[in-house]
Design a protein around this ligand. Structure first.
Ligand SMILES: Cc1cc2nc3c(=O)[nH]c(=O)nc-3n(C[C@H](O)[C@H](O)[C@H](O)COP(=O)(O)OP(=O)(O)OC[C@H]3O[C@@H](n4cnc5c(N)ncnc54)[C@H](O)[C@@H]3O)c2cc1C
Length: 202
């Protein structure tokens, strides 16, 4: 089993990848993130795989969702403090500081915090005792979200993106992922934290 991750993110769509990117990019900016590592576990399919995007600010109009997904994965992968693993999570258990995540292929990972960002089609990860309810922002029926309080399900357990009830728009899902990352960083900091870069003074 690998060393314990500071945060394990289940889901590698816009929400999960933005959570990872925001956390990873905090390195070098705050002493409390030094040495922390993050893991993204993602399955075969994200809703973004089917999309052609013309309305995501800053993203070239007409880009295929699957191409954008590949680019974001590469962007996340460029941070040495993040691992990406492809696989299906079947079970997760534990509590803050001690979560265990089990994959279908037998791999097991340990994390101090857990972010669920698995989209809104279903939630079939066993063991977490979360409350799955009808998605309140979906244009189609039979979509799901988790009950949460300001993206927190319980101590150390967060939900982001469509699984948190966001409308199915790229920017909403991604923004929710960034928010959850800032929530976690703020908890570590003991005060409100965001992750900003500015150009070098020249
Ligand atoms: C056809 C189509 C067109 C769209 N067009 C647009 C558009 O033009 N503009 C726009 O803004 N938005 C568009 N969207 C919406 C956008 O793609 C979604 O809102 C966005 O992808 C949701 O992000 P998410 O990260 O919450 O979920 P998803 O992108 O669904 O990501 C979920 C992630 O969780 C993983 N996962 C799920 N279960 C498990 C498990 N058990 N173990 C491991 N991993 C798991 C999946 O593999 C995936 O990586 C479109 C969507 C579709 C379907």
């Amino acid at each position: 089993m690998a060393d314990k991750y500071a945060v394990i993110i289940i889901g590698g769509g816009p929400a999960g990848l933005t959570t990872a990117l925001t956390l990873a990019s905090a390195k070098g900016k705050f002493p409390f993130v030094e040495g922390k590592r993050y893991l993204v576990i993602y399955g075969e399919y994200s809703d973004l795989d089917k999309a052609l995007l013309k309305n995501v600010p800053g993203i070239p109009t007409g880009i295929l969702g699957k191409e954008l997904l590949k680019q974001i994965r590469e962007q996340v992968n460029s941070y040495e403090n993040v691992d990406l693993v492809k696989g299906k999570v079947v079970k997760a258990e534990g509590k803050k500081e001690n979560f265990k995540v089990y994959l279908e292929d037998g791999k097991v990972f340990e994390g101090e915090n857990l972010v669920l960002a698995t989209g809104f089609h279903k939630f079939d990860i066993e063991g977490l005792n979360v409350e799955v309810v009808e998605h309140h922002n979906s244009p189609r029926p039979n979509k799901v979200m988790l009950k949460h309080n300001n993206n927190k399900v319980k101590d150390g357990l967060y939900v982001a993106g469509l699984l948190a009830g966001e409308p199915t728009m790229y920017a909403s899902a991604s923004g929710s992922g960034a928010k959850v990352a800032c929530d976690i960083l703020s908890e570590w900091a003991g005060k409100t934290v965001v992750v900003h870069d500015v150009p070098d003074e020249g």
